[in-house]
Design a protein around this ligand. Structure first.
Ligand code: BG6
Length: 510
């Protein structure tokens, strides 16, 4: 295990939901696993009035997100952990003077010997990232003469290509690129990281990982929940910005990339950028119309209960045309992937929660078992990102008995079968990496911009073209019916689970 140096984690937006829901539980688990350095503390910063003790009450002792953990681990360890947490009230605005904050940091640094090593975690709206960076810089808190300084920023990183570039430019005024850690929690998932290991630590997959053997690639990210309490944010974002631009394009880049020269952060990130830049951008109206289906969930009855439609959700405009489903077909313009279609979809209010990558292999070139019916069933490699994390290979076996009847069999591996099955939650892994200065699982500026390059023309088309349709689908079904037509030939999406609503509710809503 790498050594984690003494340090202070300063969380901006500490009174918000993410801090209580994800960050503090992740830190608590790291504390219980003895991953935190001896000299470590968290300083929560935001505009609410809390004392240190009130902050500890909120995010530890009275937090519903830690209740189970504290019961399991005991109150002594919770107290030990809570004692590492402090709070600073910034006053009315994030634009205020940071003199008092700077003094507080200096006092804590001195007292707890955190050696001037600071991570600033921005869990605030992105439009104030630059203001915070500027204020920190004015207090000399970005200088690295004595101890390192790092900045972690949450998604969304930009609203489109132009705003992402502005944001990068704004942050680069005060921090060097190697100080900036752009978080994408999908990269913290074991199974997403395992894509690299599957491909580059085995000799059996990589020789097949190309246009000669792969027929098409399918990626599904489905959530059974709707927008829940985040209607206000989601209505201005939509599935394309919320999931596709970041999490799904990160997965795509790991599938598409060429073998890196080493496992160093920069080698891997160089290949990922190259991969994202090789995606064929859908630019003309015809391609944008034909290769993208967007949808929005409608109310439905599931198990006798009425489920709200998207437009009825709190914080959502009743005439909203924001997509909660998007399916995209695209190609990758390089030697390895020429003519191999990629189909990627993400949606809310699907029948189940699942994220998986399905690699469909080409059928055998010469078919000798003509009557077995196997030729409509391709060989598949299914990489299950969540839940039931694991890998499955589907292949043909002979049915015992006369003749050559072929049936489908599975070779599988599930993470929960490992004796040492200590899956770190995404935020734990990512926080620990940033504490150790490892940026491999964080997105670099050019990576984020390359992803926006692909997404921007789609947003533009939806905003401006009369021809861009949005289709309704009942909550609890696998999206609008016509999303099936996106996949060429007799193939269709692999739907791991059946529809929950009887009526597909398919209609044009814009
Ligand atoms: C977030 C999105 O980034 O990822 C949410 O903003 C989404 O809308 C979430 O629900 C999904 O994450 P996971 O880890 O549950 O698949």
């Amino acid at each position: 295990m790498e050594r984690t140096e003494s340090q202070m984690l300063i969380i901006f937006g500490a009174s918000g939901d993410l801090t209580a829901r994800k960050l503090i539980p992740a830190l608590f688990h790291l504390h219980c696993g003895k991953y935190l350095p001896k000299n470590f503390l968290v300083l929560g910063v935001s505009r609410s009035e809390f004392s240190d003790e009130e902050f500890r009450e909120k995010v530890v002792y009275k937090s519903s997100y830690l209740e189970g953990d504290i019961k399991e681990k005991g109150s002594k360890i919770a107290e030990e952990f809570a004692d590492k947490l402090f709070y600073h009230d910034l006053g009315a605005s994030y634009e205020a003077s940071y003199v008092a904050l700077s003094k507080r940091i200096a006092t804590l640094n001195e007292k707890y010997q955190t050696r001037d090593n600071f991570i600033f975690y921005l869990s605030t709206p992105p439009n104030i990232y630059e203001v915070i960076a500027k204020n920190l810089s004015e207090q000399g808190l970005t200088h690295q003469e004595n101890g390192w300084k790092r900045l972690i920023v949450e998604k969304p990183f930009g609203y489109d290509l132009a705003s992402a570039k502005d944001l990068n430019h704004g942050l680069h005024r005060f921090f060097n690129e190697d100080q900036i850690f752009r978080i994408d929690h999908y990269l913290g998932k074991e199974t997403v990281q395992n894509l690299l290991v599957t491909r580059f630590a085995n000799s059996i997959f990589e020789p097949l990982w190309n246009r000669n053997y792969i027929q098409h690639i399918e990626i599904t990210n489905a959530e059974s929940v709707g927008v829940e309490k985040r209607g206000g944010y989601y209505d201005g974002a939509g599935a394309l910005r919320d999931m596709f631009q970041n999490h799904l394009l990160q997965i795509v880049s790991l599938i598409v990339m060429e073998p890196p020269i080493s496992a160093e952060a920069e080698s891997i990130r160089n290949e990922k950028v190259k991969a994202l830049k090789s995606l064929r951008i859908l630019r003309d109206e015809e391609s944008l119309k034909e290769n993208i289906i967007r949808g929005q969930y409608l109310s439905a009855e599931i198990d006798g209960k009425k489920v709200k439609g998207y437009r009825e959700e709190d914080g959502v405009d009743p005439d909203s045309t924001t997509e909660t489903f998007v399916a995209i077909k695209f190609f990758v313009d390089n030697w390895r992937w020429k003519d191999v279609p990629f189909y990627v979809r993400t949606a809310k209010r699907m029948p189940t929660k699942v994220t998986e990558v399905v690699i469909h292999f080409k059928p055998p070139h010469h078919k000798i078992f003509t009557e077995s019916g196997m030729f409509n069933k391709d060989n598949k490699l299914i990489i299950r990102i969540q839940p039931d994390e694991g890998i499955l290979i589907k292949f043909g076996v002979k049915v015992p008995g006369q003749g050559f009847k072929v049936e489908r069999a599975n070779l599988d591996f599930y993470y929960d079968s490992l004796a040492e099955n200590n899956l770190m939650a995404a935020y734990e892994r990512l926080l620990l990496d940033a504490m150790q200065g490892d940026a491999t699982l964080y997105a670099r500026a050019d990576e984020v911009e390359a992803a926006w390059e692909f997404v921007d023309p789609i947003l533009e088309f939806w905003n401006t073209s009369k021809d861009s349709m949005i289709y309704g689908y009942s909550a609890g079904v696998w999206g609008p019916q016509n999303a099936d037509d996106l996949i060429e030939g007799e193939n269709t999406w692999r739907n791991p689970g059946s529809n929950l609503a009887d009526d597909p509710g398919f209609c044009v809503i814009n």
